[in-house]
Ligand binder design. Structure first.
Ligand SMILES: CC(C)(COP(=O)(O)OP(=O)(O)OC[C@H]1O[C@@H](n2cnc3c(N)ncnc32)[C@H](O)[C@@H]1OP(=O)(O)O)[C@@H](O)C(=O)NCCC(=O)NCCS
Length: 128
């Protein structure tokens, strides 16, 4: 993901973009927000982007995000998208393992991609 947390300015810019859409899912447990995921799409493009996904640590490791992403991936495939792309820190072993298990593979390394200088991977999943 390009950033780990949304700023309100970034979110506003995405919502106002006339050429793109943001799909945002918020995960709740009772009255508490425990995570969210955001995808970006652009009009005329067959590539969707997983921009951000996070779940509180006390809910992680239970397969919830994997199940959620499997359902979302099936929807993108059904809508005719060609591929889904994302960026992840090369050090984020849990996320890389999760994405690999969902059929994503590393397309390339992104040197110094993050604001703190860390490298990222561009990962891609093709639907056809
Ligand atoms: C990445 C994140 C969303 C995954 O959520 P999660 O609830 O832990 O994932 P799930 O339990 O649904 O997925 C299970 C799979 O994820 C991977 N995984 C999850 N935690 C892992 C860990 N600690 N170590 C290695 N793999 C891990 C495994 O592939 C696992 O499959 P398995 O149980 O069959 O081995 C969560 O860890 C998180 O919010 N991290 C902080 C934010 C973040 O890094 N977001 C992604 C930015 S690219």
């Amino acid at each position: 993901m390009p950033c780990d947390v949304f700023s309100s300015r970034t979110l506003r810019r995405m919502i106002d973009n006339p050429n793109g859409s943001i799909i945002m899912d918020v995960f709740e447990y009772g009255q508490t927000t425990v995570g969210y995921a955001a995808f970006l799409t652009r009009s005329g493009s067959l590539t969707a982007r997983l921009y951000s996904v996070v779940i509180l640590s006390r809910f992680s490791g239970q397969g919830l995000i994997k199940e959620y992403l499997q359902a979302r991936l099936a929807e993108f495939a059904q809508k005719g998208y060609l591929r889904l792309v994302l960026e992840v820190r090369t050090t984020n072993k849990a996320a890389i393992s999760l994405y690999s298990s969902l059929g994503f593979s590393v397309e390339r390394r992104l040197e110094g991609y993050y604001a703190d200088g860390q490298d990222g991977y561009r990962m891609v999943k093709y639907f056809r």
